[in-house]
Ligand binder design. Sequence first.
Ligand SMILES: Cc1ncc(COP(=O)(O)O)c(C=O)c1O
Length: 398
Amino acid sequence: MKGKKVSLATRAIHGKKLYPYKGAVSTPIYQTSTYRFENSNDAVRYSQGDSSVYVYSRYHNPSVEDVEEKLAEMNDAEASALFSSGMAAISTAILSIVKAGDEIISTPALYGGTYRFFRDVLPQFNVNVKYVDANSLSDISKLATQHTKLFYCESPTNPTVGIVDLYKAIAEVKKAEKKSGGKIATMIDNTFASCLHQSPFDIGFDLIVESATKYIGGHSDVLAGAVIGKKDAIKQVRNVAKYLGGCADPFAAFLLSRSLKTFELRVQRQTENAMKLAKRFEKNPNIQRVFYPGLKSHPDHSIAKKQMSGFGAMVLIEVKGGVKGAAKVCDSLNVAVNAMSLGGVETLVSIPVYSSHVNMSSAELKQHGVTPGMIRISVGAEGINDLIGDFEQALNNI
Ligand SMILES: Cc1ncc(COP(=O)(O)O)c(C=O)c1O
């Protein structure tokens, strides 16, 4: 369907194959670890690269492939690989690019798990990460050496919904490549925006990583991750995935395939709710600051407008009374749920210093722009008046 101007919703609902499985309209769950060969020559064909032969579900599985095809289509990409979690996707994608002695340049405002992977795990394999401030992207070429193999970023960022100027980042990476004389791969975590609101391949990124647990899954009932990109890059990712083993399971794939049918409807409604809530929050006297890329008051609103087609459904507020004030609000909500994660149809709230950024030093919190009074809100698809009323009564308790 690629290139035929088929809408995102249609791609998410149907994927490439409309009725591939005996006419079943929904994707059957291939709950099998292994596959019967017609004869022993099948094993030989597989080893020679014939991908029509199924061998073992850590390598491939039809239910999983259904989602992989849809995600590739939805992102206008050649291929994608599905994983058991967002972190499995991110770590495998990174390890498919870097080896001992290599360096990564990243913006510092990252999901806590990714940041800790960079801080605590990669250095054990002699891979080091250098950080470039999102406001000083021209430093990318200053930091780059012949060992730099990857530029990594997240935008909007978790949890502060900050915006990285993605066009500028790509231009600076190109300059850095000239200086270092080698290819620097570019990878973005597109979880917060999702492909409904941001198309990083159009901007020049090589790979998208995503926690499919969030907007792709959309119902807070499945863990999954995805890496999306060109065929060769995904082949390289799969070669590493085979041995790290973070493959997606067929039932998770079934849930994702079903969730994708309502992806556009859900995320559109959640985004509309987020804008309405953010506007109300701006008027609330118990809120000190509201961060939402769709508000004119957001410092990077103009950059967000340039690179996003919508502003997503993540809102951050900083309330009066520090972490005690934040806890009071979260504990008084009746509709919104005090829980980690994001992207589902139910509104979830979390306090970053107690969740994604727990146990970070004050210097690290400062670098990430996180303060104790912040509440991250993943806006859901509930009735907007119920959400407004719920937050107003909870904020009155400060
Ligand atoms: C932006 C972002 N990236 C990646 C992840 C990791 O995803 P998962 O929990 O599916 O491993 C998360 C999880 O919250 C996230 O918010």
